[in-house]
Design a binder for this molecule. Structure first.
Ligand SMILES: Cc1cc2nc3c(=O)[nH]c(=O)nc-3n(C[C@H](O)[C@H](O)[C@H](O)COP(=O)(O)OP(=O)(O)OC[C@H]3O[C@@H](n4cnc5c(N)ncnc54)[C@H](O)[C@@H]3O)c2cc1C
Length: 346
């Protein structure tokens, strides 16, 4: 029997796994894909994420996880009226495959067991444990006293436990060779409603120019992407020589007041699964912070006696109250910049 099973080896699961392992808990970290795995992401570590890495993993983000240009110098927003706002801030440009793999390695070095290529199918709560049904090369199950589900946006394990509305944004980004007249050190977000239903973005990773759009209605994806490329050609002299890769992904559609689902019984939710995400899809900081908060809440109780779940949930909520205030403030801020986000205005 494990003390805790973490489902999903993203920033949430790895942070929770490392924290609990360092404090003597027997931890299993289950990941669907073979590590290192790809996760569609712009890979911007904002200053807050850099600081959390240092705090939770006792090290600065290592060089080998970074791509060129290594330093992200901030974000440039263009609002729905075409006005540009520049926010200068220290940050890093990383590849998620190597960054998340490094986080997982830090968890295993501390003593967590990582089982990749293993899908968690469901969790079944029993009187003394949770049975986690798994699929690796065969179907089998493991037991834990508590489980943290941090399987990301779709949250299929969570959806088997509670009724959660499926409300997503579809993201589409392409990796291109070419040139553009924009400073490669910034992340650019475009909030004009004719360029996307949510936001459109541009950033650079190694020698790729990355253009992305996000929509609610997937049938409009190609239309918005084409409009965005025309816009970037006209305003920033973008010249695409060759498109080498394209990625479609999902993002939670965050609702007003940023509701969060903390879990059900002995199964806690954290990261994107729980609903933690900042505007423009900045989610790594919220992932790490909520994973750590869940772990710290678990550390408050004695796992060898009757589980005091009330204490766990109330500690988890307390530990994430500042994060929720931050999230709401950030969403309210983008609501003031573009009509697309008006629905989030407090
Ligand atoms: C296009 C795009 C760009 C983004 N850019 C940025 C950015 O620049 N900066 C930033 O901070 N954030 C960014 N984000 C958001 C960020 O990627 C997420 O918020 C963050 O990854 C959430 O972390 P997580 O650990 O909760 O989930 P994930 O990182 O999604 O990790 C979940 C893990 O669970 C695994 N899993 C899923 N189902 C199962 C299962 N049943 N069993 C076992 N394992 C399972 C998955 O394979 C995955 O490894 C971006 C998101 C998108 C879509």
């Amino acid at each position: 029997m494990y003390d805790i099973i973490m489902i999903g080896a993203g920033p949430t699961g790895c942070t929770a796994a490392r924290e609990l392992t360092c404090n003597g808990y027997k931890v299993l970290l289950v990941e669907k894909f073979k590590m290192p795995r790809n996760k569609s992401c712009s890979g911007v570590l904002i200053k807050k994420s850099m600081d959390l890495v240092k705090r939770y993993f006792d090290e600065d983000t290592p060089e080998f996880t970074m791509c060129m240009p290594k330093d992200n110098r901030g974000m440039v927003f263009t609002n729905d009226k075409g006005q540009e706002y520049r926010f200068e801030q220290e940050g890093l440009n990383i590849w998620r495959s190597s960054f998340d793999y490094w986080l997982a390695t830090k968890a295993t070095e501390a003593g967590a067991e990582l089982r990749d290529e293993t899908i968690a199918l469901s969790c079944l709560e029993q009187e003394n444990c949770v049975i986690v049904n798994l699929k690796g090369t065969s179907l089998y199950s493991e037991k834990a006293k508590l489980v943290i589900v941090c399987d990301g946006v779709v949250g299929s394990v969570k959806r088997k436990l509670i009724h959660a509305p499926q409300n997503y944004i579809t993201t589409y980004q392409t990796f291109n060779k070419g040139s553009i007249e924009l400073d490669h050190h910034y992340f650019y977000a475009y909030l004009q409603p004719y360029l996307s239903e949510y936001d459109a973005w541009f950033n650079v990773k190694d020698d790729y120019l990355i253009f992305g759009v996000s929509v609610k209605d997937t049938s409009k994806l190609e239309h918005y992407y084409a409009e965005f490329i025309v816009y970037m050609e006209k305003h920033h002299n973008a010249k695409i020589e060759k498109q080498e890769k394209a990625e479609k992904w999902l993002m939670p559609y965050i609702m007003p007041k940023c509701p969060v689902q903390y879990g059900k019984g002995k199964v806690l939710f954290a990261g994107e699964t729980a609903g933690f995400l900042n505007p423009m899809g900045e989610g790594i900081s919220a992932a790490m912070e909520s994973g750590y908060a869940a772990a710290k809440a678990i550390e408050k109780i004695d796992l060898n006696n009757d589980l005091d779940l009330e204490t766990v949930y109330s500690a988890y909520q307390n530990n994430t109250s500042a994060l929720r205030v931050y999230m709401e403030r950030q969403w309210n801020f983008v609501a003031s910049m573009a009509s697309t986000f008006d629905y989030m205005r407090l």
